[in-house]
Design a binder for this molecule. Structure first.
Ligand SMILES: C[S@@+](CC[C@H](N)C(=O)[O-])C[C@H]1O[C@@H](n2cnc3c(N)ncnc32)[C@H](O)[C@@H]1O
Length: 283
């Protein structure tokens, strides 16, 4: 398998992770840090995109299948750091402020899908779907060890025009391992008091934006990479987006493999990494 881009120790593969992951060698990656698209929220403009399944049941199944391949490529003591968001089941129209208000680059395809309560799990209009936990439990049943639920408390939450519940300002990051014992460097990131890091991370968005609608903060990736790997290890992000995991991995002296479906986002990754490492590589 030839990467589109190889920047010293970083590979950017453009394509569907379901097709590309099986080409990676078993037990070659120490740590996977990733954030899949959330179900029914954004349109990433590709027929193979995850998150546009007609039913959230299929979404959970697809993630289990993809992350099973990730488990295969992880070393025996490797870890998965999975950031995943929730959503509401709604019957309602679309628009700028309705129950399914258009956010980010949401387009009609996904908006329509997200406009009718899915007929599964006993969902009713206005039900929080609990998708992060449904995915976590499905992964647990598939063989992963569920080690921690980290709550990312967003310093800047997306405004919501709701008057019947609090505004959502958190997302989950699940720490999962391939085996009950695994590599975790508890000294690598500590609380400011010196205590063991807690499972609530208060993080703001990175300033400036990078052209991707759903990039996670660099500090989120930095913590996962530092806790889950040593210098020289390989980090994988199968939903690479704008390459935040790759930029951070390179900065911390790790190797990285990014897989991204949309060539525009692969290009953004390439530019970001080029910018961050100007002295160290030639494309
Ligand atoms: C939430 S974004 C990841 C953002 C990333 N963490 C960052 O900081 O830029 C999810 C990404 O997964 C990509 N994606 C969706 N389905 C995919 C698939 N089947 N294979 C590879 N990438 C996929 C989307 O194009 C999108 O860029």
């Amino acid at each position: 398998m030839k990467p589109d881009v190889r920047i010293s120790d970083l590979q950017i593969l453009t394509g569907d992770n379901r097709k590309l992951l099986p080409n990676l060698p078993a037990e070659s990656v120490q740590c996977c840090v990733t954030s899949p698209p959330y179900w029914g929220l954004r349109d990433y403009d590709h027929t193979s995109q995850i998150g546009a399944e007609p039913s959230p049941v299929q979404y959970v199944e697809n993630l289990v299948e993809i992350l099973r391949e990730v488990r295969r490529v992880l070393r025996k003591n490797g870890t998965l750091w999975l950031n995943i968001g929730d959503g509401y089941a709604r019957n309602g129209g679309t628009g700028n402020c309705g129950p399914n208000a258009i956010v980010g680059n949401t387009k009609k395809l996904i908006q329509k899908r997200n406009c009718k309560v899915p007929s599964c799990w006993g969902l009713k209009d206005r039900d929080l779907m609990g998708l992060p936990w449904r995915v976590a439990f499905a992964l647990q049943a598939d063989g992963w060890v569920l080690r921690s639920r980290i709550t990312w408390l967003k310093k800047t939450a997306m405004p919501e025009s709701v008057k019947n519940r609090p505004t959502s300002a958190t997302e989950e990051i699940f720490l999962m391992s391939k085996a009950p014992t695994y590599y975790y460097n508890s000294e690598a990131v500590r609380e400011s008091t010196g205590a063991n890091l807690r499972n609530c991370w208060v993080l703001g968005p990175d300033t400036g934006g990078n052209g991707h609608p759903a990039a996670f903060p660099r500090e989120l990736a930095r913590r996962c990479v530092l806790l889950g790997s040593r210098a020289g290890d390989t980090i994988l992000d199968p939903f690479g987006g704008s390459g935040t995991t790759g930029v951070v991995a390179k900065e911390l002296g790790r190797r990285a493999i990014l897989i991204e479906l949309n060539p525009e986002y692969s290009q953004i990754s390439k530019e970001r990494i080029r910018h961050a490492n100007q002295q160290n590589f030639r494309l």
